[in-house]
Design a protein around this ligand. Structure first.
Ligand code: ADP
Length: 593
């Protein structure tokens, strides 16, 4: 059974009090008995002295039993004790409790201890059972001078009376002790209660601190041990909360860094179980949920190539890298660098970098270079072959043939020029060298310029070109040159691909969101829906032969898209095969009109 500190303290105090009171009582009861006995004896001596004085004035002969016994009876009443007179020869002359007949039968008292002592020292006492009366007495005797010799006056009280006095004194002692005992118990209970309530308070505060409530304080001070303990606990909590705060700030910073990193981070233990995985990696691997800690990495990542990579990284001092492909609906290429954790036996850190866009751009660049070379090669080859034929074949002497070859050279040189101009424009846009201006562009003037540029060509092809805009015409806050080029390219395409008799309309209007937009509509051949998503890519042509035939470079719409991005405009296309196409340039909102 476990006892509480309060009960232990209480029981200890009760035990101590009990032992103290018991030993005190044993000692006191003996002392009281001795004190009461001595007191009674001294009192008897006083009475014996009175009896002796009275007896010395009696002047009766020792044989006059009637006189002595009578005086003994009188004195016994006055002194409230048994009174005995003993003659010098030891015979009893008178006794207050023995009648006269009895006196004759009484033994000689010469050798009674109190008588012997009184005759020797002047006073004597004894306690014993009376031979005559068979009860216990306390006797005291003193000698007195009478007539010729010294006789003895003896006074006695039954020892039962002495015992009763001792018992009553002891009872008073016991009652007092019991009272003191209970008082002491009450004080001990109160003290142990106070002591334990302090300990309980301190324990409860310490427990709350242990549970993480580091802002609680004992608020105890003072010079005693509890004050010191309280102060120490408070100091401990202050220190702990400060350290914890610093640790938390450090951890939060690490979490923030991990959460905001562009790279995915994976930490594994020696058993390949996930210790940490940052949100970027979860997003890269399209993992829903957040708590993957404790799971085997293959259960979470499901890319088996990683297993061999990680095994290699654990063996190598510089770590190991590899590029992996994730499956699923959105495949990505990830560059993974894994290295063993130096301070953690068997631990591994893997950093994932998403290189999908980089690899796509690399492939785009490769394709672009291939496309450019291809585009350049054809006109250059045409020019070379024409000049060669002119020079070597003697065509130069034939004006008709010479004219034809010169026309070929001219057309291909123009194509090369257009291609180089478009490439330069694109590279400027790519390098962000195009500085966008913000100016007030008059809508009517802008459409006038664009239609003016293409009117002649349109008329030549028998295409109806017109502009439609609200009155008064809106003003656009944008880059005039970019807008001219965007609309120019779109109108150029429309005229290029439309057959004779078609019409091309440039419209300026407000859309349902009150944003200004330009529409370049034609009633040309239209574009199949499957081409629309790739239409703005570099060198993408619906019909390459037709494009080259009409002098297209395959870069016009790509330049339109880049310029649109530069001025914040959105370029979209609607088209229906056999009906016509509409290219829409929606200006960013907030443009004043
Ligand atoms: P290109 O120099 O070949 O015209 P673009 O990038 O300007 O290159 O256009 C890409 C392709 O889109 C063209 O080859 C053409 O097939 C198609 N296209 C563009 N505009 C129109 C149009 N208005 N009508 C029909 N097809 C068009």
């Amino acid at each position: 059974m476990r006892l509480g500190i309060r009960l232990k303290l209480f029981l200890l105090s009760v035990g101590l009090i009990l032992v103290t009171v018991a030993s005190f009582d044993v000692w006191m009861s003996r002392a009281i008995a001795q004190y009461v006995t001595v007191n009674i004896r001294d009192d008897l001596y006083v009475r014996a002295a009175v009896a002796a004085r009275e007896a010395s004035q009696l002047h009766a002969p020792f044989g006059d039993v009637a006189a002595w016994d009578g005086r003994a009876d009188e004195l016994a009443k006055t002194l409230a004790a048994r009174v005995t007179f003993i003659a010098p020869d030891g015979s009893v002359m008178g006794d207050s409790v023995v009648d006269r007949d009895g006196l004759a039968k009484m033994e000689n008292h010469r050798d009674r201890p109190e008588v012997v002592e009184a005759l020797r020292t002047g006073r004597g006492s004894d306690e014993r059972v009376s031979a005559t009366l068979q009860i216990r007495w306390m006797y005291v005797a003193v000698p007195f001078e009478s007539a010729t010799a010294a006789a003895i006056a003896r006074v006695a009280r039954p020892l039962a009376e002495v015992d009763a006095a001792v018992t009553s004194a002891r009872r008073a002692l016991y009652v007092g002790s019991a009272f003191a005992f209970f008082l002491a118990i009450l004080v001990a209970a109160g003290l142990s209660q106070r002591l334990t309530s302090t300990v309980r308070d301190l324990t409860s505060v310490a427990r709350r601190m242990a549970q993480g409530e580091l802002d609680v304080r004992t608020r105890r001070s003072g010079s005693d041990e509890f004050g010191a303990l309280g102060e120490t606990l408070d100091a401990l909590a202050t220190g702990l909360s400060q350290t914890l705060g610093e640790l938390r700030a450090e951890r939060d910073l690490q979490i923030r860094i991990l959460q905001n990193m562009q790279e995915g981070v994976l930490v594994l233990d020696d058993d390949d179980h996930v210790v940490l995985m940052n949100p970027t990696l979860c997003a890269m691997l399209l993992l829903a949920g957040a708590d993957f800690a404790g799971k085997h990495f293959l259960e979470v990542v499901r890319i088996s190539e990683l297993q061999s990579l990680f095994a290699k990284a654990r063996k190598s001092t510089d770590g190991s890298s590899a590029e992996i492909e994730t499956g699923g609906i959105k495949p990505r290429r990830l560059l993974v660098h894994a290295s063993a954790l130096k301070d953690k036996e068997g631990g591994l850190l893997a950093v994932f970098v998403d290189v999908t866009d980089v690899r796509r751009l690399e492939s785009l660049r490769r394709d672009f270079v291939a496309n450019v070379s291809h585009e350049l090669r054809t006109p250059v080859a045409a020019v070379l072959s024409a000049t060669e034929t002119l020079r070597d074949g003697g065509a130069i002497a034939n004006p008709v043939a010479a004219e034809r070859f010169l026309a070929i050279i001219d057309r291909n040189a123009q194509r090369l020029q257009a291609l180089i101009e478009d490439l330069l424009e694109l590279s400027r846009l790519d390098a962000r060298e195009y500085h966008v201006k913000k100016e007030r562009v008059d809508g009517a003037a802008l459409l006038n310029i664009v239609t003016g540029l293409f009117r002649e060509r349109a008329e030549k092809k028998n295409i109806k070109l017109c502009a439609k805009l609200p009155v008064p015409a809106p003003t656009i806050e944008s880059d005039q040159r970019a807008l001219e080029q965007i609309l120019g390219n779109l109108v150029d395409n429309a005229i290029k691909y439309c057959q004779a008799g078609a019409s091309v309309t440039i419209r300026l209007e407000e859309d349902e969101n009150r944003r200004l937009r330009f529409l370049v509509e034609d009633t040309g051949p239209g574009i199949e829906a499957r081409h629309l998503p790739r239409l703005f890519e570099r060198f993408y042509r619906v019909d390459a032969g037709r494009s080259r035939e009409v002098g297209g470079t395959g870069l016009g719409l790509s330049i339109v898209r880049h310029l649109g991005e530069a001025i914040g405009a959105e370029i979209t296309v609607r088209s229906e095969l056999g009906v016509g196409s509409t290219f829409i340039v929606t200006m960013p909102c907030g443009d004043p009109k």
